[in-house]
Design a protein around this ligand. Structure first.
Ligand SMILES: NC(=O)c1ccc[n+]([C@@H]2O[C@H](COP(=O)([O-])OP(=O)(O)OC[C@H]3O[C@@H](n4cnc5c(N)ncnc54)[C@H](O)[C@@H]3O)[C@@H](O)[C@H]2O)c1
Length: 311
């Protein structure tokens, strides 16, 4: 049987890689994306594309008539700093957009909805965080993602909607926006290629858990059949500083630019990294791409696509 899947946010960074993988596995795929940060050039030609906002009134009718078995929900505004400047705008996209989708998914009786959540912005300051740690988001973006996780639990009890939540670390790889505020690896790669001076906030001491995009796609695929009603961290389980990232990328580039060091910005977590043992035990998932290898792949991709991005 050929399964149908909808990928919301399928023109974006992670979503477009997931669409490529689903198409390669012979899924029939429909992308719903309003191209607010996603790009037309990321779209897989084999997938059907609907340029639509998740909050639109006809989403329910569209999903019901397409009748997918699976929905991967990645569409979101992902800018933590914008969420601090305008929490209502963030809530409107990330919560109301998700609720519109959950109503549609429940009515269409999908087999499962797989939700892209965040490990980086839900726990607050946390070392080796496990899923049962009490969440303490430090930004409206994190609060909204956590709220969506709770809505999913409620919809599963109330409307029988099956779901799996994946809480990612800092995802990186080809097609990440090098003009965004979050993807330091994309941002530094572009700047090193152009010979520009990168700024390292938090004096480069901020600690994150970096996970390569192909590994995140694999976690989504594994969640198709397993992990019903569960939440999983999807990270490398390693504490890596921005200074480490910059040093490794600078070596790969062969450049010797000195970065500018600045204090941490508002709302940014100083240290967060994840324990992903539950995903290993229950989904059989572990990261396969080492940081060194992932950084090389990403840097080389940006070198070959030097005009890529939203600007
Ligand atoms: N990149 C990371 O490190 C990371 C970490 C944790 C969680 N996530 C989550 O993964 C998902 C994908 O993130 P990404 O890095 O690929 O970001 P992205 O900005 O590249 O992708 C998001 C996509 O959603 C689309 N979109 C936004 N609002 C929409 C709306 N109202 N209706 C329809 N489409 C809309 C955008 O156009 C874009 O294509 C997001 O839910 C994000 O919160 C990402």
């Amino acid at each position: 049987m050929r399964y149908k899947a909808i990928v919301t946010g399928g023109a974006g960074f992670i979503g477009s890689h997931l669409v490529d993988r689903l198409v390669s596995q012979d899924f029939e795929v429909m992308v719903i994306d309003n191209l607010s940060t996603g790009l037309q050039e990321n779209l897989n030609k084999e997938a059907k594309f609907l340029n639509k906002d998740l909050r639109d009134n006809d989403i329910e009718a569209i999903i019901e008539s397409y009748s997918p078995e699976y929905i991967f929900h990645l569409a979101a505004q992902i800018d933590v700093r914008k969420s601090l400047k305008d929490p209502i705008w963030d809530e409107n996209i990330n919560i109301e957009g998700t609720l519109n989708l959950l109503n549609a998914a429940s009515n269409a009786k999908v087999k499962k909805l797989i939700f892209s959540s965040t490990g980086g912005a839900i726990y607050g300051e946390a070392r080796n965080a496990k899923e049962d740690r009490l969440p303490c988001p430090l930004s409206p973006y994190g609060v909204a993602k956590l709220a969506c996780e709770h809505y999913l639990r409620v919809y599963s009890q109330w409307k029988d909607l099956s779901f799996t939540v994946l809480r990612y670390g800092n995802v990186y790889g080809p097609r990440q926006d090098p003009f965004g505020e979050a993807g330091v690896i994309a941002i530094f790669s572009r700047q090193l290629i152009l010979g520009q001076k990168p700024v390292l906030y938090g004096y480069g001491r901020m600690i994150r858990d970096y996970v390569y995009v192909a590994d995140v796609v694999e976690a989504n695929i594994r969640a198709l059949e397993r992990g019903n009603g569960e939440i999983y961290n999807i990270g490398a389980g390693k504490a890596t500083s921005v200074n480490d990232i910059f040093g490794l990328l600078r070596n790969i580039s062969g450049n010797n630019i000195e970065p500018e060091l600045k204090e941490a910005r508002e709302g940014e977590t100083l240290e967060v990294w994840l324990n992903s043992q539950k995903a290993f035990r229950e989904l059989g998932w572990k990261p396969e791409v080492s940081l060194e290898d992932g950084l090389k792949r990403t840097y080389n991709w940006f070198k070959e696509h030097n005009s890529y991005g939203t600007k």
